[in-house]
Design a protein around this ligand. Structure first.
Ligand code: OOB
Length: 554
């Protein structure tokens, strides 16, 4: 076996671009774990993570992740191996992430809201040697019921957080080693190889994986830090799901570790969880999706004294889904902090409004690309550039935008053009200063308040129901979430109840956020002239129904 066979395959950038990104200093040949080593030299005692009543200094984060890396290496895991991880917002998420990176094991960090179907799909794609999960997840909460799932995942090593026994993660992170060999060596993958996989929001039947290299990801973190002005003073509240690209790297927790600041973990983005943590830990930066912003505004409006709890908060980043202008303009007056809009994607490209931008940009646009080498094309249906100010499909490539989903040649052929631009599926307008406004979507996806649902995935599951012959999932407008999902179905059994259908999907392992919010039964699905399901027609139909009948949601 040659040396390079040990590394996971991925679609590389063409040499000319890779050379350019190196020459410009974007790619520095440094692993993501270098940030820990650096902080340990500078200030090992400084606080890195605050999780409940627990505090981890940079020294502890570095030492704990090294111990786990060593224990995994002793077990024979290393470069070329993969891991499937599913943890909630706890310090162990970062300890495990850095440990895997240090040992050259590439993880898929599943969201905690993911269920059996997602875990199995990821496992099938990466054949992990290691699974790390949490006993607080419903899938693993009752002893015994998890074994079938674990067998299907097929990892030879399983570590569960919250389990003190044999499968306990804590023991593997702790002082004692899991083997008897006294010393063992481990190292991250080279910086231009796969470090880990990000999760695609998806628009197809199977959730796709995005290989991210140390070079490209670390650049996106460093550049985000410059734009968002992070430093050792930064105290960041991570309230969105920790593995998501936004709270992980835009600049997110990795930005904070790179800058030497502190990450405060919240279990969820609700005001009840977040406000006391902001006050207690003097948080000055956080990131939210739009529905959470609305909850924060409601809380501040109903009780102006909560403003004092938010006193330390300087900057609120909002992204993941379109922020309504009416909501955007209330943030500064009601929450007393500055707004930054963030329009990004796990595939790469991230746009920010800048801290010095006028209101006109911050309220009305989703920002502009962070890198001078982000290349953006806005194209009409024929693939020609649109006139400035006209809406078009966003295509992009650049120093931190991936070049292909993991082992998906057929899909890659559809979503990359011949110049290697990724067709994001977003419809945008670009203004004369390069700022983008998201005006719609081409991809068959529902954006439920920042949580992405691939229509095809849910439709496939609905079609497993013995009485459903046709299914189409479309978005419907919702004042709280921006969008919710509506399933149009054709059935052989009149009177199927939404409750029973949701139960059916849940039992099949569909994640709760993907369960249709509403079901509509039709005699037949409408078709377009070319014989595809007329989803535009269905969206118009449900929007019309809701407008006339605002109180029924199921
Ligand atoms: C972020 O990443 P993903 O991968 O969960 O979702 C990406 C998609 C985009 O293609 C777009 O459709 C939508 O989410 N989106 C927005 C948006 N931010 C993301 N649509 C409208 N306005 C926005 N501000 O969602 C993500 C990744 C990194 C940073 C921020 C968000």
């Amino acid at each position: 076996m040659t040396q390079s066979n040990r590394f996971l395959p991925y679609t590389r950038w063409p040499d000319a671009l890779a050379q350019r990104y190196r020459a410009k200093g974007y790619w520095r040949g440094e692993p993501l774990t270098a940030m820990l080593a650096r902080q340990c030299e500078l200030a090992p005692e400084a606080e890195a993570i605050l999780c409940g009543e627990r505090r981890f200094s940079y020294g502890e984060l570095d030492a704990g992740s090294s111990r786990l890396a060593a224990n995994l290496a002793r077990h024979g895991l290393g470069v070329g191996d993969t891991a499937l991880v599913q943890l909630p917002n706890v310090a162990e998420f970062y300890l495990v992430f850095f440990a895997l990176l240090k040992a050259g094991i590439a993880p898929v960090n599943a969201l905690f809201s993911h269920n059996r179907l997602e875990l199995l799909s990821y496992a099938e794609q990466i054949t992990p040697r290691l699974f790390i999960g949490s006993l607080t997840h419903p899938l693993f909460a009752t002893k015994g019921c998890e074994s079938e799932l674990l067998i299907s995942i097929g990892a030879e090593l399983v570590l569960l957080d919250g389990n003190g026994g044999e499968l306990g993660l804590t023991r593997w992170l702790g002082e004692g080693d899991a083997g008897d060999s006294p010393s063992v060596s481990f190292a991250p993958t080279p910086a231009d190889e796969v470090a880990f996989f990000q999760l695609s929001g998806g628009s197809t039947g199977t959730p796709k994986l995005i290989p991210r290299t140390h070079d490209d990801y670390l650049y996106s973190v460093r550049r985000s830090n410059e734009i968002c002005e992070l430093g050792p003073h930064t105290r960041y509240l991570c309230a969105l799901p920790a593995p998501h690209n936004f709270p992980l790297s835009s600049p997110g927790a990795l930005g904070v570790f790179e800058a030497g600041g502190a990450v405060v973990l919240a279990p969820d983005p609700g005001p009840m969880s977040c406000f006391p943590l902001i006050a207690r830990h003097r948080v000055n930066l956080t990131s939210l999706v739009p529905p959470a912003v609305s909850l924060w505004l409601q809380a501040a409006e109903s009780d102006p004294s909560v403003r004092t709890q938010l006193e330390s908060l300087d900057l609120l980043q909002v992204g993941g889904a379109k922020l309504a202008e009416a909501v955007a303009s209330k943030i500064e007056p009601l929450l007393g902090c500055q707004l930054q809009q963030v329009f990004g994607m796990a595939e790469g490209l991230v746009n920010y409004t800048r801290l010095s931008d006028p209101d006109e940009k911050v309220i009305h646009t989703q920002g502009r690309p962070m890198s001078p080498d982000d290349e953006v094309r806005i194209l009409d249906e024929a693939g020609n550039p649109v006139a400035p100010g006209e809406p078009g499909a966003l295509h992009t490539r650049g120093p931190y935008t991936f070049r292909g989903y993991y082992q998906s040649p057929a899909h890659n052929a559809r979503v990359f053009d011949s110049d290697g631009f990724y067709c994001s599926g977003d419809l945008v307008v670009q203004d004369a200063d390069g700022y983008l406004t998201v005006v719609g979507r081409q991809k068959d996806q529902i954006n439920r308040g920042g949580e992405k649902i691939a229509a095809e995935e849910v439709e496939n599951q609905l079609l497993h129901h013995p009485a459903i012959t046709h299914a189409a999932l479309v978005s419907m407008p919702d004042s709280a979430m921006g969008e919710k999902s509506c399933a149009f179905i054709v059935t052989t059994e009149p009177g199927l109840k939404p409750l029973a259908l949701r139960k059916f999907l849940r039992e099949r392992g569909v994640a709760d956020f993907k369960l249709p919010d509403r079901f509509e039964t039709l005699d037949a699905l409408p078709m377009t002239a070319v014989g595809k399901i007329d989803k535009q027609g269905l969206r118009a139909r449900i929007a019309h129904l809701i407008a006339g009948n605002p109180l029924t949601t199921a």
